[in-house]
Design a protein around this ligand. Structure first.
Ligand SMILES: *[C@@H]1O[C@H](CO)[C@@H](O)[C@H](O)[C@H]1NC(C)=O
Ligand SMILES: *[C@@H]1O[C@H](CO)[C@@H](O)[C@H](O)[C@H]1NC(C)=O
Ligand SMILES: *[C@@H]1O[C@H](CO)[C@@H](O)[C@H](O)[C@H]1NC(C)=O
Ligand SMILES: *[C@@H]1O[C@H](CO)[C@@H](O)[C@H](O)[C@H]1NC(C)=O
Length: 376
């Protein structure tokens, strides 16, 4: 709004009073309108609650990072040119995606509200759905548990951020399936003022035991967090992730398998949960919208066979509305919190893993029935 007229030289004729009143009235109405009708997704322009800086003198790099992050977090999001912003669905997979046909069914009829990106780290995928053809991004090899996993996530984000219409970014694996229909997921993600990043404090062997003092002074042990890698983030958080180099480098150097004293650290389980815990703790939900079942207590989560996939299973998963964390030490401290969506209790999960490719037919059948049932 170029509302303020330049100061005029005194010699120019006085501005008629009625004009002044009209302009003032117009500004008043415009401000009132902007207040009552904030642009869509323009949630919190004044984020006064940004985390406090540490008490010590910041290093030059830290000062620079924090100023960039603060700018990213407080700037109003870039408005898309279209009335409907899009969600970027980013698939991180070794090769061919076994559930393309299911996803195709999910996306059907929602053209223009999503974009697909595929990062295939082992072999070139054979696409069976036209929606996935030509959607492969440049990829590199991913070695499980190493920083190359985070690199692939950042590569996907960088590609997806290139499209200004993408306002939310979901990371999915080849064994992930949707639990609801498209509209439900779209409204859930677009309507939330948070990113869904899993982040919790685990003092046990799978948590802080992996922390290395080499991360000091920037990352203290008290700030170290753990969480599932399967995030779903708003545009500003996607941008923050690829803008970071200082904290990324700390994790690249000091959080890896086979560290000096025989310990293992897995950057994909700690880097993003820690970064956002430090930089925007109130901007993240602290749980992931992707369900995974660790209840068997094994090294890998439970994977569902065709025979496991039933209406009851999906109903059980979609009815969970409490997020659950348990520490890996002997105390096994359980923390449960309601999954709050804009302050209201809602089901926690939009996606689930891990499903064996053999379960596709069951899932396709159930998908139509089940998602219709849950179509609220
Ligand atoms: C996420 O957890 C942090 C503490 O680690 C807390 O400060 C923050 O409020 C939590 N976020 C939400 C949305 O509750
Ligand atoms: C669903 O939940 C109920 C109640 O917790 C449980 O008894 C049942 O075994 C679950 N079914 C499946 C298929 O997970
Ligand atoms: C998100 O919305 C809830 C409920 O309206 C509010 O309490 C919270 O402060 C908001 N968070 C952010 C980061 O804007
Ligand atoms: C889905 O619904 C159709 C029609 O209501 C029914 O014939 C089919 O058995 C259902 N599939 C499953 C897996 O429940």
């Amino acid at each position: 709004m170029k509302a303020v007229p330049p100061t005029r030289p005194r010699t120019s004729p006085p501005i008629p009073r009625v004009w002044v009143l009209a302009v003032a009235g117009f500004i008043f109405i415009a401000l009132g309108y902007a207040y009552l009708h904030p642009p869509q997704h323009y949630t919190s322009p004044m984020r006064v609650w940004l985390p406090a800086e540490p008490d010590r003198e910041l290093t030059d790099e830290e000062r620079a990072s924090r100023v960039v992050f603060r700018q990213i977090l407080t700037a109003p999001p870039l408005m898309s040119r279209r009335s409907k912003p899009k969600i970027a669905f980013m698939f991180l997979t070794p090769g061919t995606l076994p559930f393309e046909k299911l996803w195709e069914k999910f996306f059907e009829g929602h053209e223009g509200k999503y974009t697909i990106y595929v990062h295939a780290s082992r072999e070139k995928p054979e696409h069976v759905s036209p929606l996935f053809i030509g959607r492969d991004v440049h990829s590199e090899k991913v070695v499980w548990g190493t920083i190359s996993m985070v690199d692939a996530e950042r590569r996907l984000l960088a590609n997806a951020l290139g499209d200004i219409d993408n306002q939310h970014f979901v990371l999915l694996s080849d064994s992930c399936v949707p639990l609801h229909n498209f509209d439900y997921i779209y409204n859930y993600l677009m309507g939330s003022n948070l990113s869904f990043i899993d982040s919790f404090y685990d003092p046990g062997p799978h948590g802080n035991f992996r922390y290395s003092k080499n991360m000091l002074p920037e990352v203290t042990e008290a700030d170290f967090r753990k969480g599932s890698q399967w995030f779903s983030v708003k545009r500003q958080h996607a941008l923050l992730t690829i803008a970071d180099s200082l904290y990324y480098t700390k994790f690249k150097l000091y959080c890896k398998p086979g560290m000096e004293d025989g310990r293992n650290c897995y950057a994909d389980e700690h880097y993003i949960p820690t970064l956002f815990h430090m930089m925007d703790p109130n901007g993240i939900a602290n749980w992931s919208v992707t369900h995974v079942d660790w209840s068997e207590g094994k090294w890998h989560p439970k994977a569902y066979r065709a025979k496991d996939v039933s209406y009851e299973l999906l109903k059980n998963i979609t009815s969970v509305d409490m997020s659950y964390h348990v520490t890996s030490d002997s105390k096994k401290v359980v923390t449960e919190n309601p999954c709050l969506w804009n302050g209201m209790k809602r089901p926690c999960y939009l996606f689930a893993r891990k499903f064996y490719p053999e379960s596709i037919n069951n899932l396709m059948n159930l998908f139509s029935n089940h998602t219709r049932y849950r179509n609220r």
